[in-house]
Design a protein. Structure first.
Length: 264
């Protein structure tokens, strides 16, 4: 791996309330610069042979902002709590629960640009990777608040380009493009998880726990980066998002789990 630099600052806040509410939250601001993301293999960039310094930029895994907050609350109903604290069938059914909410918001990883179908001739790619010229620093359009949650956000991403192709041009013949490495931030993520649990003490040794987890209750999508190949002959897909991070967000669908766990 080439030379890399890393800077990070984390702020954490924890507050315990006397009425059974616990808030735990932290925010991290970081910046990672390098000229190659891997220790082994081919390191791609602008000019991998003639001038490695042109490759220095944000690492592909760089994430500038990340905020996570968790809220845990002991519902004041049931034996030993403020309401219905004498036991009985109501205590069995609705008492003794603990609910939690975890909220995560994070900025995206950086992406770079390539080009295709230029009318000009260039040096072979083993001399330098081909990147376009940048006329205006590209930025990714953000979704409006009204479409930030739910399936409308996904439909909007499929219909509209979030990067303007007019920000780029094909480099003149036999010249490298001036677009640096990883010059734009890709889509971020905003997702939630809520859960509820209750413990049933069977004996001093045995405990049965009921737990319900609800992931992604607002149908928030986390998108993969848009298409970043500048092709003025075929511009239809440029700047459009065509897929989401299905492994993390179940394609925007909520996911519920019910668990019974016996411990001793």
């Amino acid at each position: 791996m080439g030379h890399s630099t890393y800077h990070a600052a984390t702020a954490q806040f924890r507050k315990l309330y006397s009425h059974g509410l616990v808030l735990d939250t932290f925010y991290t601001f970081s910046k990672v610069l390098d000229d190659c993301d891997t220790d082994y293999g081919v390191c791609t960039g602008v000019e991998p042979v003639t001038n490695r310094s042109l490759n220095k930029g944000r690492a592909g895994f760089d994430m500038n902002h990340r905020w996570v907050a968790s809220f845990t609350y002991e519902v004041p109903i049931g034996k030993g709590r403020r309401f219905l604290n004498r036991g009985g069938i109501l205590n069995f059914l609705i008492g003794g629960y603990e609910v939690a909410w975890i909220q995560t918001a994070e900025s995206g990883n950086p992406v770079g640009f390539t080009f295709a179908n230029s009318p000009n001739n260039y040096y072979p790619t083993n001399i330098g990777n081909r990147v376009p010229n940048v006329l205006k620093r590209p930025t990714m359009a953000q979704f409006g608040l009204g479409s930030a949650i739910g399936p409308n956000r996904f439909n909007q991403a499929l219909s509209n380009a979030v990067v303007d192709i007019s920000d780029f041009a094909a480099p003149p013949a036999f010249t490298p493009g001036n677009a640096g490495r990883n010059i734009m931030t890709g889509p971020g993520a905003f997702y939630s998880m809520v859960s509820a649990k209750k413990n049933f003490r069977i004996t001093e040794r045995f405990n049965l726990q009921f737990r319900w987890d609800f992931q992604n209750p607002f149908h928030n999508y986390a998108f993969n980066p848009p298409s970043t190949q500048v092709d003025f002959r075929n511009p239809q897909l440029f700047g459009k998002i065509t897929s989401d991070v299905a492994t993390a967000n179940i394609q925007g669908e909520p996911l519920m789990n019910l668990q019974l766990r016996l411990s001793w």
